[in-house]
Design a protein around this ligand. Sequence first.
Ligand code: SF4
Ligand code: SF4
Length: 171
Amino acid sequence: MLFKDGVAETADLRNIFPDEERLNAGPVAIIECFQKIPCDPCHTACPKGAILPFENINDLPRIDFSLCDGCSLCVAACPGIAIFVVDMTYSEDKALLKLPHEFVPLPQKGEIVPLLDRWGEIVADGKVVRSVKFKDRTSVVWVEAPKDKALDIRAIAPQAYERENPLREIG
Ligand code: SF4
Ligand code: SF4
């Protein structure tokens, strides 16, 4: 449950996900930001105006999916690592994910990396397509992932990730 353990569930995600038609139309940002905090760099980072202006700095972000082209600048700008980009049109059986990554070493092109769901469980392996490092922002790693797991994946496991996950005990 989101406000007990910080893990978003289906009911939390229903209102913030693009519909199937938009998902199948090309890359799009998904914003999993559920806590009202004074924060808005996602909005100011978006060159397309897709993340709508905040009326109050504590507002939750709202996105116009029709304006988003999946550039991932908001992914790099978000201090809460709350945004990722998914491209379901990448290939027949693979989606391309653009995931924030704050660990070192940064995974490099061609590397196979374990992919984590919202519980921190490894749910698939992915192949790194590109790593984008910024001087003052979060790095963004582009990774191929199985299409049927794409919407469950939220992170790349850091090196030496513990495969036993204590979070499951809490849930
Ligand atoms: S992915 Fe790019 S276009 Fe889409 S919301 Fe983020 S910054 Fe804007
Ligand atoms: S930058 Fe990230 S944490 Fe801040 S409001 Fe936007 S999505 Fe939420």
